[in-house]
Design a protein around this ligand. Structure first.
Ligand code: GLC
Length: 532
């Protein structure tokens, strides 16, 4: 690893939802004080940085991605002092913290929008994007397809249509107005000065609108994002800014700029292909998408994930693949959502530990900074009957006590799972702590094996020919260190046609680590290293 390696390039992130994590006040909502009491759990996983979902005051029509005040904490989650205490407690444990920065839009309850809609002459009117006809930018796709019919909504109070890429309760900010730039940079400084370690910048492709385009990835948008980076480089050089841009790899490249825009971009397209490869027993989609993934500037990094707080998005696959993925992974009622699937990791993998080990072992050994989504470390289930994406945002299960030990309240914001397979009575942190075969123990083993291997964190990737589409093999190499990864994507044993010149040990094996197998068991994964 070069000395230039930045901390986020070889870190592991943990995505935490404060409302779901732990309720210290007994009101049925998780809060920062509760989350502090669970930081030892997070630390014990072997992660380096926590990303918390939006924690700002908000009417929660989009779970906090509808910000009503950029400078405070949602009262359900605590106060600014509680947030600071959380930050200190995380830092004391050697955990960094990044927060969500929602730049594209505000809540319609934000005072800016309230002032804007009331008065055409208000300076805030021009903070948003208005139209008399609602016909402009007709080439722009609708993202929340299940709910929204247009990106324009008529506001009777304003007497005009306003532009929104997400829910109609989330009016888009107008980046043609320099005052909006200043507002956003001010919010960046406010949280950075409090001591956070960076941002996950939400929905960044959509900042500007231009007629005749699809209003995504516009040069003006990159112009503003570079301005954010300049501020970071000048004042907060150790921080990270991560782009949430759900785009094809070639469209993502400009978000890194020449090393002067984002430090990190989510790699959206690889995610569905990991599931596709597993279900089809065919490595081709993974190899193809990584072949299509460009080199990125020094100091930059991809971010990878298996699941997050949104639906498992299928926006970045061909329509026929999307149909196939829906058939295979979303056959049940309500499992489809927008262009994706509203299910959690473990149910998607049939609650099969071999598949969990394989998928985690694969994404933890491919290039990128991985994120673990809260609850997946214990194999939590989902609840498709809850509205929107809430079925994957339910309370964390800590113990077998009431509400999974999440809260003492009689009613929580959404219920913890109680079903026969995924109920908190069986699936919880306490029950899995002492069990060497539990999802929790497995997750810790995988993360600690990765942590011990610099090659897996930042090494060069090279494919190894196996003669079989079901057998994926690759090396990661950093200096003298090399790890060979072997994965059987199929439900049948696979003969191993890869010559292993030296004596190898399997870093993922619990007992005797020497590896001499002539074939791979169904869904087996091995991280091999020379025994020498
Ligand atoms: C991002 C978030 C999603 C949110 C949307 C609008 O895609 O991940 O949860 O609904 O932006 O802010």
């Amino acid at each position: 690893m070069s000395e230039q390696t930045r901390w986020y390039q070889n870190a592991v992130f943990y995505e935490m939802y404060i409302r779901a994590f732990c309720d210290s006040s007994g009101d049925g909502n998780g809060d920062f004080r509760g989350a502090i009491s669970k930081l030892d759990h997070v630390k014990s996983l072997g992660v380096d940085c926590i990303w918390i979902l939006p924690m700002y005051p908000s009417p929660l029509k989009d779970d906090g991605y509808d910000v009503a005040d950029y400078y405070d904490i949602h009262p359900d989650y605590g106060s600014l002092d509680d947030f600071k205490a959380f930050l200190d407690a995380a830092h004391q444990r050697g955990l960094r913290v990044v927060i969500d920065l929602v730049m594209n839009h505000t809540s319609d309850q934000h005072p800016w929008f309230q002032a804007a809609r009331k008065d055409r002459n208000s300076p805030y009117r021009d903070y948003y994007v208005w139209s008399d006809t609602g016909t402009e930018y007709a080439d722009t796709r609708i993202i929340f397809l299940d709910v929204e019919e247009s990106n324009w909504t008529y506001d009777p109070e304003a007497g005009q249509y306003f532009w929104h890429r997400f829910y109609s309760s989330q009016p888009d900010l107008n980046y043609d107005n320099p005052a909006v730039h200043e507002e956003m940079l001010k919010a960046v400084r406010f949280w950075m000065d409090m001591g956070i370690d960076g941002f996950r910048a939400d929905a960044v492709p959509y900042l500007y609108e231009r007629e005749g385009t699809n209003c995504e990835n516009l040069p003006e948008t990159h112009g503003f994002l570079k301005k954010v980076r300049r501020l970071m480089d000048e004042q907060y050089p150790d921080a990270v800014v991560i782009a949430e841009a759900n785009q094809w790899p070639e469209d993502l490249l400009p978000y890194f700029g020449d090393g002067d825009e984002f430090h990190v971009c989510f790699h959206f397209p690889i995610m569905p292909r990991l599931y596709q490869a597993l279900k089809a027993g065919d490595k081709t989609p993974i190899i193809e998408i990584l072949a299509r993934t460009p080199e990125i500037p020094a100091g930059a990094q991809w971010m990878t994930f298996l699941r997050n707080h949104d639906e498992l998005t299928l926006e970045m696959v061909a329509p026929e693949v999307r149909e196939w993925m829906w058939q295979e992974y979303a056959p049940g009622p309500r499992q489809k959502q927008n262009l994706g699937i509203r299910r959690r990791l473990t149910p998607l993998l049939d609650n099969d530990k071999r598949k969990y080990r394989l998928m985690n072992g694969m994404f933890l050994s491919l290039p990128g900074t991985p994120i673990v989504y809260y609850g997946d470390e214990i194999g939590m289930g989902d609840n498709v009957w809850l509205p929107d994406r809430h079925g994957c945002r339910t309370p964390m299960h800590w113990t077998s006590a009431k509400n999974g030990g999440f809260s003492t309240a009689d009613k929580t914001y959404f219920p913890a799972h109680t079903d026969a397979v995924y109920g908190y009575q069986h699936v919880n942190v306490a029950a899995q702590e002492g069990d060497a075969d539990s999802y929790l123990s497995l997750t810790r083993r995988l993360l600690s094996a990765r942590r011990a291997q610099p090659a897996l964190q930042n090494g060069e990737l090279a494919w190894v020919d196996t003669g079989s589409k079901a057998l994926l093999a690759y090396t990661r190499t950093a200096g003298q260190e090399q790890v060979l990864v072997l994965i059987n994507l199929s439900d049948q044993p696979q003969a191993l046609n890869v010559s292993l010149s030296e004596e190898m040990i399997d870093l993922l094996s619990d007992g005797d680590q020497s590896f001499a197998a002539a074939s791979l068991e169904p869904y087996a994964i091995h991280w091999l290293k020379s025994a020498g």
